[in-house]
Design a protein around this ligand. Structure first.
Ligand code: UD1
Ligand code: CA
Length: 436
């Protein structure tokens, strides 16, 4: 396949209906831009991929270059040749077949696209719909396409047709190159339509083969409503894949998992969990409403309502509610409640009391806090970094630690407690107390 098929991905449109400053194909689904998914699937089928750009071309190209090499970018002459047909002009595909995809179809899968590759000069994707509103209409007779008309150019009878053009085509490359120059903009939108090539093939008595495709996979995203709906479908696919592999999910419809996440072993995700970026979860339990970003969790449990920020690595660790960890390496640690642990390494057997804060930032730079084995950090402790706390240290509750202690130390810097006897009664009066 890779040596016979070229792929062109149309992504030049502005996407007016998105009502956004961001070009349509850069809107994200499950953490990645829509165009990313089109290219990813295309790469499974072809080594000759051209992406057609125009609106904010630089931004789109730079964004895709973060993920892909070996992709060609072609700038459409949009002023002179607008439209899906104009988009393909000027490209010379390397291989004998050319598949034309849209960059705004994030749910398409290579395994279904292969059905469009045939010996015919032109194969096109069609949908059999209850209501084809919004699509170009296709007339099919005896298994061949007889006519194609854009919705905006339809008469009343044509509007009632329920076979729709799904917008993806596979051309014989010679046919494509021989006929592209013949396109005109003689239509209601004054655009060069790729669909006119279908008409040309029919006029030349070439068979145009319709291939019925799934409505779900070939859904084009044109608005933010479409975007949200496509993401729901995409999320379901991700979650079903993990559940099939043994992950337990409570109320999966409330869970959000980006495409780059990996989950292994007998892991449990409770409701409202979000797993973002390059997160990897191994044999761990993520309790309700916790968020993990770009981090690795092994044999650990976190939450409910814990937040693990990028570049953290938790092994054999228990993290409780309202604990925030950033760039934290915790191995065999307990941090049960209400803490901020940033830029830190904490070793086995150490217990972090409620309200512990690593003061990692002095307003200019970030500093490290290193905590050894079996350290007991009392509640409401401030650890002013840089700090190196060796093994076997006890820190009393309410201490602000600014200097490195020695192994075996108790560290405390509380203000000595004093009591003023009977002050309460002098202030409130002995008999009025209950009236407060
Ligand atoms: C197109 C088809 C229609 C089909 C529908 C399926 C045409 C004329 N019509 O309509 O029959 O039912 O897809 O979704 O082809 N693009 C460019 N350059 C342009 C214009 C568009 O690259 O000048 C790109 C867009 O970025 C998009 C794709 O082509 O990725 C489709 O364009 P869009 O405007 O969405 O086409 P439709 O009007 O939906
Ligand atoms: Ca204090």
């Amino acid at each position: 396949m890779k040596t016979e098929l070229s792929i062109i991905i149309l992504a030049a449109g502005q996407g007016t209906r998105m009502k956004s400053a961001i070009p349509k194909v850069l809107h994200k689904i499950s953490g990645f831009e829509m165009l990313y998914y089109s290219i990813l699937e295309a790469q499974k089928l072809s080594d000759d991929i051209t992406v057609v750009l125009y609106h904010q071309a630089d931004l789109v190209q730079k964004t895709m270059e973060k993920y892909f090499t070996n992709i060609s970018y072609h700038i459409q002459d949009h002023q002179n040749f607008p439209g899906t047909g104009g988009a393909v002009m000027g490209i010379v595909p390397k291989h004998s077949k050319t598949l034309v995809l849209n960059g705004d179809m994030p749910l398409i899968e290579a395994s279904e696209l292969v059905n469009l590759v045939s010996d015919a000069k032109l194969t096109m994707s069609v949908l059999n719909l209850k209501n084809a509103n919004g699509y170009g209409r296709v007339v099919v007779e005896n298994g061949a396409v007889k006519k194609i008309v854009e919705q905006k150019d339809c008469n009343e009878n044509e509007l009632a047709i329920n076979i729709a053009n799904a917008g993806i085509y596979c051309f014989d490359t010679e046919f494509l190159l021989a006929n592209l120059g013949e396109l005109t903009n003689n239509n209601n939108q004054k655009e060069y339509y790729i669909t006119d090539l279908v008409e040309m093939a029919i006029k030349q008595n070439l068979q145009v083969v319709p291939v019925e495709v799934s409505e779900e996979n070939f859904k084009g995203v044109n608005s933010k409503i479409d975007l949200a709906n496509a993401e729901v479908i995409h999320q379901n696919r991700i979650k079903e894949r993990f559940m099939a592999n043994g992950v337990i999910m409570r109320l999966p419809e409330t869970i959000y998992i980006e495409s780059s996440v990996k989950i292994e072993g007998e892991s449990v995700l409770e409701n409202g969990v979000a797993l973002l970026g390059n997160t990897k979860i191994i044999n761990s339990h993520i309790k309700a409403n916790s968020v993990v970003e770009n981090s690795v969790l092994e044999n650990s449990d976190i939450g409910p309502m814990a937040r693990i920020r990028p570049d953290s690595h938790l092994v054999d660790t228990h993290v409780g509610n309202f604990v925030e960890i950033k760039k934290g390496k915790l191995t065999g640690v307990k941090a049960g409640h209400l803490s901020y642990l940033g830029d830190c390494t904490i070793d086995a057997g150490s217990n972090i009391g409620a309200g512990t804060i690593t003061c990692n930032y002095d307003g200019k730079k970030k500093y490290q806090t290193i905590i050894g084995k079996n350290v007991f950090v009392g509640s409401d402790t401030q650890l002013v970094a840089p700090l190196n706390i060796p093994d076997d240290v006890m820190i009393a509750a309410g201490t602000t630690v600014t200097k490195d202690p020695q192994s075996g130390d108790l560290v405390l810097n509380r203000t000595p407690q004093k009591s003023i006897a009977k002050f309460f009664y002098k202030f409130f009066g002995k008999n009025n107390v209950t009236k407060r």
